[in-house]
Design a protein around this ligand. Structure first.
Ligand SMILES: [Cu+2]
Length: 175
């Protein structure tokens, strides 16, 4: 019995560590800072901390936010009218975009979802963005776009039109 209990205990420790590591890796900024402080005398960790700090400056997969930033799919084109705040920020954002067909005609009455994901962390957000059509034909408000962590976010629009479905993605690094 003693032998069995000991073996179980030995197994439990690495399992507990394995379960905790992915959580702390996605813990936000304060966790990273604490880790850097704890290991300030360890050169590997100091280098790692520097890389994390300049994340958005060295990020080349993101879009440069601007009014007029536009993405086109097979049947739909989406163009930024505004972002509040601008550029998109860590936390909740409100976006307004114009949706047109590829000939530039406004597309009213679209059904769509906007889903944020962090590709490097493999998670989204528990907060669903609500898409509301405005009184301007083809213009939609999306809020809250909840980008709750610093780093690269991909926000994918899945759009249903009369002619089928389309998918568009905007990527922003937020700090
Ligand atoms: Cu994350």
């Amino acid at each position: 019995m003693r032998f069995t209990s000991l073996r179980l205990f030995e197994l439990a420790i690495p399992l507990a560590i394995a379960a905790l590591v992915p959580l702390s890796a996605c813990d936000g900024d304060s966790g990273d800072d604490e880790a850097a402080d704890d290991h300030a005398d360890h050169s590997d960790h100091a280098d790692h901390g520097e890389t994390e700090a300049e994340g958005c400056e060295s990020e080349d997969r993101d879009d440069e936010f601007a009014v007029g930033l536009s993405k086109s799919g097979d049947v739909v084109s989406a163009t930024f009218v505004s972002s509040d705040p601008a550029p998109p920020h860590k936390g909740d954002n409100t976006w307004v975009l114009d949706f047109t067909d590829l000939g530039g005609q406004p597309m009213a009455g679209l059904t769509m979802t906007a889903v944020p994901m962090m590709p490097d962390h493999g998670h989204g957000t528990p907060v669903n963005a609500v898409v509301t059509e405005t009184e301007t034909p083809g213009r939609y408000e999306v809020t809250p776009v909840n980008l709750f962590m610093t780093g690269l976010w991909e926000v994918t629009f899945e759009i249903t039109t009369d002619g089928g479905t389309d998918s568009l993605m905007f990527a922003f690094c937020v700090e």
